[in-house]
Structure formats: structure tokens, C-alpha cells
Design a protein around this ligand. Structure first.
Ligand code: GDP
Ligand code: ZN
Length: 339
């Protein structure tokens, strides 16, 4: 492909009210939108409000996982994580000419029930991985919560990486057994300790050239890990509040922070959007990867695999092919006990 020498490709780091900071090969440029693009966003926004666009209108399995032409409607605004083509105007500014197709979208769950479909706001585009951090001990890992995060990642179509931190502390054998189970399910499990440096270089290499987000309960060592990779990054991304205590989140969107060695980290607004991600009960079983081979095998086609007769998934649990603890995590989620 021959590139127009004046056209650059970049990643939107943040932006609101028509002004965007875009990370490019030649540095961060403060950009505005070209008139044509502004108009296209406005049209997409009004189509969404009048319900013409089909994006996320239908919550069925097919519309969410088998994206068709209609599904990938033109976005109604630019958001952090979007890849764009732009023209440099002078040393520090640019004009965004084009938005490239999104690979994934993290939506904000709106308190306003129906607004979720009609005007769901994209918080972050093209997030490609989530580091789910738990401590091997202090605090003890909560695997039910890990299962919930994994299901959310499957639903949002981002790759989860399980990070077991504080590996320097003596921990229970059950942690090793759980890690082996997640490994068998196909998930990457990394063991780390910012205290001793174990696993930090591996983690660092996993972040390069990716847009990542750290999540997990408090006290497990997320900010210590982020700071071990890049000092000062934990405050920037909102993993620890800064000394002023003032929220930086005056905008509704998430922000991305470039790592000096390549890759981007999403801030706490993105973390919140992920934590409140909603999965429809009929889609949840698909989000437990080991359930997938059994979907469509139950006696009732609308089986939610809780107490229905002739359930292929419960049979697989009985046959010890599906791990019972994972199944119980599913039941807690589908019955709304753990949301
Ligand atoms: P966060 O709330 O997830 O951001 O956790 P922090 O990074 O604030 O860490 C919580 C506590 O765990 C702090 O006292 C850290 O010093 C400690 N900590 C973090 N990582 C490790 C580790 O690898 N080993 C040990 N022993 N302590 C750690
Ligand atoms: Zn079933």
C-alpha cells in the first residue's frame, strides 16, 4: 500500500467537544475533525436516536456475536482507542479525516434503562486485552469474581489475561489448582511480584503494542504492577487517586495513556465501564468457554441450564467434564446473585 506522505495514522488518546489528542509516529497532535467527518457523526447520532440504526437494538446472540453489515453501523462519535487517519496542520495540530473500523467497543451502561440501547455511549474502542489481577494471598483470590470478569471479557470480545500477583508470599495449593484449570480452559495465566520483580518483564512484553486495561479487587497490587512497568502510571490511569483528590474524569469517555515502550493503558473510566458490563441471561452460557460445545444440546431450546430437565450442561457437570465450581459461578450470575 502506498501511503499519502501527508497522511498519518494515529490512536485517539482522549477527546471531547471536537478536540482530540491523537498519538502518532511523530508525537501527540491536538486534532479537530474534518467537516465531512463531523457531519457523518451527526447523521449517525440522529439515526441512532430515531432507532434507524440497528446497532445493539437486538440483544440476540446473532446480532452480538455475528456482526453483519448492519451491525457495524458508522459510529456516532470518536472515542479513545479509535484508529484515525489525519493530516498534520503544523507542529502540534492535525485534522482527522477518517475513522478506521472498530474491532471492539466498550459501552457505558446507562442508568436510564432504554437509553442503553438507544444511546449507549462508547467509552473505549479497540480495547484488546484485560489484565485481571488477583493476589495469590492477602487478599485470598475470589475465583467467583474472576469467572465474572472472564465472562465479561468474552462478552465484550476482549482477550483476558489472568495475573496472579504476590507470588513471593506463601500461598495455598488451591491457587495452583485453580490456575491449572484456567490454563486448561485456554486462558493465559501469569505469575507476578512487583516486590521481587518476578514476571514483570513477561507482563511488560504482553502489554507492548496492545491497548490494555488492568482490573481486579483493591489491594491485590494493580498499582504496584503498573508502576513497576512504568513509574507514575498508576496515578495517571486513576488506579490510585492523586494527591489533590480531584477526579480527572470531567469527560464521560475513557482515556488512554501511552507506555514509553509501546502500547496503551486505559484509565479507571474504562475499568468502570467494564465492571458494569451487562450480559443477557440467554448469552451468558456462551461466555463460559467450556459450555460452548454443549449449547443447543439441551432438551429445551431456551434452557438457561439452572434446573431444567434434560440439560446437557448439567449433565456435563455431573460427568465431571465441566468443573462444578465454574458451573456454580455461572448459576450465581444467571440468577442475578452476582452482578
Ligand atoms: P491495588 O489496590 O490493587 O492497586 O494494590 P496496591 O498496588 O496498592 O498494593 C496493595 C498492597 O500490596 C501494598 O501494600 C503493596 O505494597 C502490596 N503488594 C503489591 N504487590 C506485592 C507483591 O508482589 N508482593 C507483596 N508481598 N506485596 C505486594
Ligand atoms: Zn441446559
Amino acid at each position: 500500500m502506498i501511503n499519502d506522505p501527508e497522511t498519518l495514522t494515529g490512536v485517539v488518546l482522549n477527546g471531547a467537544h471536537g478536540i482530540y489528542d491523537v498519538h502518532t509516529d511523530i508525537g501527540v497532535l491536538r486534532c479537530t475533525l474534518r467537516g465531512k467527518l463531523k457531519k457523518a457523526f451527526a447523521q449517525a447520532q440522529s439515526a441512532k436516536l430515531t432507532g434507524k440504526a440497528n446497532l445493539y437494538k437486538d440483544k440476540s446472540y446473532a446480532s452480538r456475536y455475528q456482526r453483519n453489515e448492519e451491525d457495524s453501523a458508522f459510529p456516532s462519535r470518536l472515542t479513545a482507542g479509535d484508529y484515525v487517519k489525519l493530516r498534520q496542520l503544523d507542529d502540534n495540530t492535525g485534522l482527522i479525516e477518517e475513522i478506521l473500523p472498530r474491532q471492539s467497543e466498550l459501552l457505558r451502561k446507562d442508568a436510564n434503562a432504554d437509553a442503553k440501547r438507544a444511546s449507549a455511549q462508547t467509552m473505549l474502542a479497540n480495547l484488546d486485552q484485560v489484565l485481571i489481577v488477583f493476589a495469590t494471598t492477602q487478599p485470598e483470590p475470589h475465583f467467583g469474581m474472576l469467572d465474572r470478569y472472564l465472562a465479561i471479557c468474552e462478552s465484550a470480545k476482549v482477550c483476558p489475561i489472568i495475573c496472579l500477583n504476590k507470588v513471593d508470599l506463601p500461598h495455598n495449593q488451591s491457587v495452583e489448582e485453580a490456575a491449572a484449570l484456567y490454563g486448561r480452559l485456554g486462558y493465559t495465566v501469569t505469575w507476578t511480584s512487583p516486590k521481587t520483580g518476578v514476571g514483570i518483564e513477561t507482563l511488560h512484553s504482553l502489554l507492548r503494542e496492545h491497548t490494555s486495561l488492568f482490573t481486579g479487587p483493591s489491594g491485590v497490587g494493580k498499582s504496584s504492577l503498573v508502576n513497576a512497568i512504568e513509574p507514575g502510571m498508576a496515578i495517571k490511569t486513576g488506579l490510585v487517586s492523586d494527591a489533590t483528590g480531584k477526579g480527572r474524569h470531567t469527560t464521560t469517555g475513557s482515556q488512554l495513556y501511552p507506555l514509553s515502550d509501546g502500547g496503551w493503558l486505559a484509565d479507571s473510566a474504562g475499568i468502570r465501564a467494564l465492571a458494569t458490563w451487562d450480559i443477557a441471561p440467554e448469552d451468558l452460557a456462551w461466555c463460559f468457554v467450556e459450555f460452548r460445545p454443549y449449547l443447543g444440546e439441551c432438551f429445551f431450546s431456551d434452557c438457561l441450564h439452572v434446573d431444567e430437565e434434560g440439560c446437557a450442561i448439567r449433565q456435563a457437570v455431573e460427568d465431571e467434564v465441566i468443573n462444578e465450581r465454574r458451573y456454580m459461578s455461572y448459576v450465581r450470575m444467571v440468577t442475578g446473585e452476582e452482578r
